[in-house]
Structures are given as structure tokens and as C-alpha cells.
Design a protein around this ligand. Sequence first.
Ligand code: ATP
Length: 294
Amino acid sequence: MTNSGTSAVQITDLGKTYPGATDPALTGVSLSVARGEIVVLLGLSGSGKSTLLRHINGLEHPSTGSVVSLGEDVPTLTGRALRELRGRIGFIFQQFEIVGPLTVLENVLTGSLATLRGPRVGIWSYPKQLRLKALGHLDRVGLLERAYQRADTLSGGQQQRVAIARALMQDPEILLADEPVASLDPESSGQVMGLIREIAAERGLTVVCSLHQVELALGWGDRIVGLRAGQVVLDTTTDGLSKDQVMEIYGRVATTTGEIAALEQELADVREQLLTEELGRAAKDPDVVDGDLT
Ligand SMILES: Nc1ncnc2c1ncn2[C@@H]1O[C@H](COP(=O)(O)OP(=O)(O)OP(=O)(O)O)[C@@H](O)[C@H]1O
């Protein structure tokens, strides 16, 4: 069944409890995303962002409630119908999932594997029209000159741009991005997020992207959906929304052991990021002798 309505995603009263878990990962989540909308899921580690994203393309099965993506009743789909839906929904992950020893071009080409029969080895095993399409996407993300280089010789930001080009090979209608800049420095983060937005506007893509950086989310998304312990605690457009207003609702004092553990983890991550940035600055500082960071 295909629905020609304007809703890209319609989630109603979604609940998810993982097998063996005592607490639900999601409770009573309802969310409607219009076609062409750019939505940020914001929340602490463990608040349920990935779980929610993974329901949209059927990587998770709901415990209760319904998920309709691009007019398809996702939990009822299996086999070919599910593969077809996933073909219409691109997914970008935090860890890029790039195959290091393969060339940049071949990594992009793997984005078209679902449309081809049989395994492919090497760029010449892909039809010419797909090779040209992949080169076009690499050009769009600014990496054309890197096409024949090994993917693991690229920086983190460049690898994430390869992941964007790979997702575009599917000609997706929806793009899901799960903390796409969590492993990047602030400058590369801004570039990657800017690129996703530009490409979404060019292609009229619907984007649902999880982030945990409040300021980035405010500057980037049209709408913010705040999750806390598996529940939607904020759902508003970013227009005129201040950081304090977001923090007030989504960053309230942690109350459960799980939330406190999540906050502690978040703090450890921030400390690690600061240390990495500091080491990066020290490495560039001409006054610091090689290896001497004291
Ligand atoms: N496969 C799984 N099996 C059991 N529990 C899981 C599984 N995946 C996630 N969870 C639990 O579900 C809850 C929500 O996790 P989820 O990964 O969706 O949160 P998140 O907000 O995306 O976190 P992060 O920002 O760290 O990725 C957490 O308590 C997590 O431990």
C-alpha cells in the first residue's frame, strides 16, 4: 500500500521493551514527520533516540503501537516488501561503517547493492551508469578527487561524507542519521551537518537525525523532539527556541539510576572530547617539542 499523503513518518503510541530488559526503551511515543521536514531527536545517551530511528525503517519491531513510514505499515512488512521500504530510506551511522581497504568509490557503490543481483567485487563489476552516478555523488560531497584512494586514508569528516554519498545511491526519500557527527571535531561536525541540510533541501528529503549537542540541534533542525527515558518531553520548532528552554525541559535533574549513569557517561565523553581537542591544539603549537605535551 502506498499513501500519497504528506506524512513521511507517522508513529502512534510506540512502546519498545527489549527482550530481557526491565525498563522500556520507549513508552507512548507519538510522532508525525511531514515530507521534507528536518527533525532532530535530542536526548541523553540511552534516552531512546537510536531505538526510535530504527523503528522507522523496520530494524526494530515495536512491542506496542504503530509505525507507518512512506505509507507502509512497517511492522507488518517482511522479505521483499521490507527490503523495498529500506531502499527508500537511507541510514547514516555514527561510525560511518566505511570499509577501509576498499576505495572511496567502491564504498559509495555498495549503496546500490540492494538493487543488484549477485555479489560485486571491485568497481568494474558495477554497471557503468552506477559508476557515473557514484562519481556524481562523490563530486557533490566534495570528494571526487579521492575516488580511487583507499577509504581508510580519509579523515573522519571525509569518511562521513563518503557515507552520505553512499546513502544517496539509494535515491532515498527519507534520510535517517544516528548521531552522524558524534565522532567528529566541532569544525568537521558543522561541515557534515551543513552538507546534509543542503542535500536534503536540493532533493526534498525528509531527515530524522539524532544528536546530543543542544546548540548544534538548535542551529540545524527545523524541529526538535526531545526524548528523556524513552518518552517525548519536547516537540517544537526551533524558531525562537533558546538553549535554556531546551535544557529546562530535556536536561532536568536526573532522577533514576539509569539517567544518572547516562549523565555520568555523557560527562566522560565530553571530558574525552576536550582532551582530544587540547592534544590537537598542542600538536599544532610550535612551542611544543615533539611528544612533549606537559
Ligand atoms: N539491543 C538492545 N538490547 C537491549 N537493550 C537495548 C538494546 N538497544 C538499546 N537498548 C537499551 O534501550 C535504551 C535506549 O537505547 P538507545 O540506544 O535507543 O538510546 P540512545 O538515546 O540512542 O543512546 P545513545 O545516544 O547512547 O546512542 C537504553 O537503555 C539501552 O541500553
